[in-house]
Design a protein around this ligand. Structure first.
Ligand code: R5P
Length: 294
């Protein structure tokens, strides 16, 4: 009994101090439900930024260069990524369940590179997203393309499903061939996606007025990588994007198509989380790759 009395005496109810309710370093996430925030916090670091590694390309273009063997070429990169963006097929067959990355699972699909890409449908249900422990699901949105409305409906349907289970939706701005990737278009597409309820948006960087695109989007924008660029150009693009308000990057080919992808993803990480300049990160790449220029 004496021990018990001691315990009671040591209790601290913090009388006089209001309870602190944790906010969120993640843009626009402060008022989301707990499960949704918990999942988002697996995607983003404490700094509110993420390095997401995209290797979902096979869902419409088959064995993309650098992704022929995901087990050999991509799995070793996982320790350097906060989040992995992939299809459920690749995740279940190749990505070790012991990996502690957040999973952003591709949930739209349908057409291949041989047909009209905007003609996508929802390609997995929300229960399977929960089953695979997705931190978010990704839906392609084709603003201005032939099947714009259908792709927007894919997004809103998945957002409704995600709200039921606490699973965030990453809306991906898919830019049709005839459309220019300028701030006017990217601002239109990202804002529409956020207004419709996506908790995250992935979009391309543009040299002019990208900060206006991020400013007008109330949820995190994650910069898409795009085709492979020279190392310094890719690192500069990542640097400018986060400097102008992006909450991180989702890069694929600019990482996995390098001769030493491990070096590139660490250099990208240095920019996003470590505050490195593009030039410092390029030096890091060269050092880690054994002196490679590209
Ligand atoms: C794009 O919208 C798809 O998700 C891609 O498969 C992927 O994210 C592209 O990555 P990257 O352009 O950096 O190779």
């Amino acid at each position: 009994m004496a021990d018990l009395e001691g315990n009671i005496d040591s209790k601290d109810y913090g009388l006089g101090r209001p309870q602190e309710t944790p906010g969120s370093a993640i843009k626009g996430a402060g008022q989301l439900d707990y499960g949704m925030r918990h999942r988002l916090s697996r995607i983003f670091g404490d700094d509110g930024r993420t390095v997401m590694l995209a290797f979902d390309h096979g869902y419409f273009q088959g064995p993309t260069s650098g992704l022929e063997r995901v087990d050999l070429n991509i799995v070793p990169l996982a320790p350097y990524a906060d989040a992995l963006m992939a299809t459920r097929g690749i995740i279940r067959s190749v990505v070790p369940a012991s990996a502690d990355n957040a999973l952003v699972v591709r949930a739209s699909g349908g057409p291949s590179i041989l047909s009209e890409l905007s003609n996508e449908q929802i390609a997995m249900d929300i229960e399977d997203a929960v089953r695979i422990d997705a931190a978010a699901v990704a839906i392609q949105v084709y603003i201005g393309s032939e099947y714009e409305t259908q792709s927007v409906q894919n997004l809103t349907t998945m957002i409704n499903d995600g709200m039921r289970y606490g699973v965030p939706v990453l809306g991906v701005t898919a830019v049709g061939h005839q459309i220019s990737r300028d701030a006017r278009y990217l601002g239109l597409a990202t804002r529409i996606i956020a207004e419709l309820g996506a908790q995250l948006v992935k979009t391309y960087f543009c040299e002019e007025d990208f900060e206006k695109v991020t400013a007008a989007c109330p949820v995190p924008i994650i910069m898409a990588g795009g085709k492979k660029l020279p190392v310094l150009d890719a690192l500069t693009m990542a640097y400018k994007a986060v400097d102008q308000g992006a909450s991180g990057v989702d890069m694929g080919r600019n990482i996995f198509q390098r001769k030493v992808p491990e070096a590139m993803i660490q250099a990208v990480r240095g920019v996003v989380h470590g505050g490195l300049s593009p030039e410092q990160a390029q030096s890091m790449y060269q050092e880690l790759s054994g002196g490679l220029a590209e």
